[in-house]
Design a protein around this ligand. Structure first.
Ligand code: ADP
Ligand code: MG
Length: 586
């Protein structure tokens, strides 16, 4: 072929390929623009894994009507003007490429209003060409809608993966920004279902709870501050040595608010755990590095995911020292078994009569030391801006079992009144904390099947289980693809040893596929919830007194005894005061 200059259309699609690889890259670029625009609240909605529809709405500064169209021209940016500016970039964007690139490979609707203008602008583009521009009334801020990504680049569209996979990438980016900017409120929904929300209260730990779940979020250690005058400052959270993961993808690094992939810094965080972790295991860490912008070059990578430091060794040392110091100072001493509770009329604690009782035992990982708190706390009682974290105040006081009610509830009394406990929900909670604790020690009890069993499921269920095989296998399963819609199952968690493997797997797949599709980081919790739901004592099952006592004791040891893993209450508490009031004694 003779040499030719490419048409503008082809050239812009090639350039777009650098920036827009998949739906998650669109989300990343739009979210960065909203953050740069000074937004406080960002809403991200997707449909069809972002392939059909992505909308990012913010309450930032907006774009003046006169400049709206310019925002879509290549190399148009409001964030830098001279080459000199490149040496101290403080915004996430600066190349002026993203909107032009996104628009060239999709259908974009851009609705924006600058705070100081009375009217907004609506701009519709297709394949990069403006097809409509009109006035629009909307509150100050911007909403960018991107539909039919790669509609005009079939080669690219072919490489997009299943909706679920694309959603997982979107989750990854959004949760990283939520961690980097705890003071901003983020919400994410897929196909009309809310999957993630950060409160925007400025507390990183609350964001980590939203991303990784309560159990992990509560266990993380806050990195201790270093010298206040140091030019490189390190903050964030790291896992205690007892909590680890099978790969290093749970080490998340930010430099000046920008997520970076940096093998050396990842290694620095990992190395700080030297001798503290079992072989082949990695910590979970969220490490924020703040440093003078002129000492880091962010303009070395198309997606800006890699950076270059003028003094890489200094950054390495700062991260390693901060993490190590935190582990030495903050890491809890190995946790001992909790001393037995002495309640005056408690029955003997040693009965092991029935197999079911054994299922209730084994949670020994939490220290005692509760402060008592007696009002029931509904799961969703968090006010915006309030911490969602469970504290020792959530723990239960020692309770005495009175009896079973309606073959469904356990009646118990404590120093502050009467407790009506849902036996199924309480048992789910106990098993759930126990299973996650075992998971963290990579020691989940597993039951081998007599013979490996081929289990045929729906193609959808099989594909979701195959995608999360690593998580399944970390939770006591041993399963592998067996061709078609069949999995070969060699072992299942000991907790559900009595159940049929297909029913157990079907339930897990259903939970992973439907409604509250979990964030990819919380897949393990979702699997654990399904397993525990199936293993827990059902309503309608008669419980012996010893079983009830054992269950209550295990519940007292739980970090979050008042709700089941699905967030429903495990108990109703009637305080001494309430009882007195009801009986006209107070
Ligand atoms: P860059 O972010 O590198 O400047 P983009 O193509 O992403 O380039 O955006 C171009 C310009 O459009 C930005 O510089 C900014 O002025 C404007 N812009 C884009 N998104 C928003 C938004 N959500 N709010 C306000 N301005 C925006
Ligand atoms: Mg940008």
């Amino acid at each position: 072929m003779p040499i030719r200059v490419l048409s503008e259309q082809v050239a812009s699609q090639i350039a777009a390929g650098e920036v827009v690889e998949r739906p998650a890259s669109v989300v990343k670029e739009l979210v960065e623009n909203s953050i740069d625009a000074g937004a406080s609240n960002l809403r991200v909605e997707t449909r069809g894994g972002g392939k059909e529809f992505i909308r990012v709405t913010d309450d930032g500064c907006g774009v003046p009507a006169a400049e709206a169209e310019m925002a879509f021209q290549r190399h148009s940016t409001s964030k830098l003007s001279t080459a000199d500016d490149l040496s101290h970039i403080t915004t996430l964007g600066f190349r002026g490429e993203a909107l032009a690139s996104i628009a060239s490979v999709s259908r974009v609707t851009f609705v924006t209003r600058a705070a100081d203008e009375p009217m907004g602008t609506l701009l519709r583009l297709e394949g990069g060409k403006v097809i409509t521009q009109q006035e629009n009334g909307r509150p100050p801020g911007t909403a960018v809608t991107v539909e039919n990504l790669f509609f005009n680049v079939p080669a690219r569209r072919k490489f997009l993966r299943a909706d679920r996979t694309e959603r997982g990438h979107i989750d990854g980016w959004l949760t990283r920004y939520a961690m980097a900017y705890p003071e901003l409120g983020f919400t994410l929904s897929h196909d009309g279902k809310a999957v993630f929300q950060s409160l925007g209260n400025g507390k990183l730990r609350d964001v980590l709870v939203a991303v990784y779940g309560l159990e992990v979020g509560a266990a993380l250690l806050e990195i201790l501050p270093g010298e206040p005058e140091a030019s490189i400052r390190v903050s964030g959270f790291v896992s205690p040595p007892s909590l680890h993961r099978a790969n290093r993808s749970y080490i998340t690094l930010f430099v000046n608010g920008r997520w970076v992939q940096d093998a050396r810094l990842t290694y620095a965080a990992f190395q700080a755990y030297h001798t503290l972790l079992p072989g082949g295991r990695y910590p979970l860490a969220v490490v924020m590095v703040q440093m003078p912008p002129e000492e880091v070059d962010v303009n070395v990578h198309p997606a800006k995911a890699e950076v270059r430091f003028s003094d890489g060794d200094a950054v390495f040392r700062a991260v390693q020292r901060a993490v190590r110091h935190t582990l030495m100072e903050r890491s809890p001493v190995p946790l001992a078994a909790r001393p037995p509770i002495s309640w005056p009329s408690a029955a003997p604690t040693t009965s092991r009569r029935e197999e079911r009782i054994e299922r209730l035992t084994g949670l020994r990982s939490q220290p005692a030391g509760e402060q008592l708190r007696f009002e029931p706390r509904p799961a969703e009682a968090t006010e915006p801006g309030e911490s969602v974290l469970a504290t020792s105040a959530d723990r239960l006081p020692p309770l005495r079992v009175v009896g079973q009610l309606g073959v469904t509830y356990i009646v118990a009394e404590g120093p502050q009144g009467m407790y009506l406990i849902d036996q199924h929900a309480a048992h789910e909670r106990v098993l759930f904390e126990k299973l996650l604790a075992e998971r963290e020690r990579a020691a989940v009890a597993s039951q081998s099947l007599l013979e490996p069993q081929p289990v045929e499921l729906s193609p959808e269920a099989t594909s979701v289980l195959e995608e999360y095989l690593e998580s399944l296998n970390g939770l006591g399963f041993q399963a592998e693809p067996f061709g078609g819609a069949t999995l070969l199952v060699r072992a299942i968690p000991a907790l559900v040893a009595g159940e049929h493997p297909r029913e157990v797997l079907e339930d897990i797949a259903a939970a992973l596929m439907t409604g509250d599709a979990p964030l990819s980081t919380r897949v393990e919790e979702s699997i654990a919830r399904s397993v525990c739901k199936q293993a827990a004592i059902k309503a309608g099952q008669v419980m012996a007194r010893e079983e009830m006592e054992e269950l209550i004791r295990e519940l007292e040891r739980c970090a979050s005894p008042r709700t089941c893993p699905h967030g429903r209450p495990t108990m109703i508490h009637l305080s001494v005061e309430q009882l007195a009031r009801e009986f006209g004694r107070g």
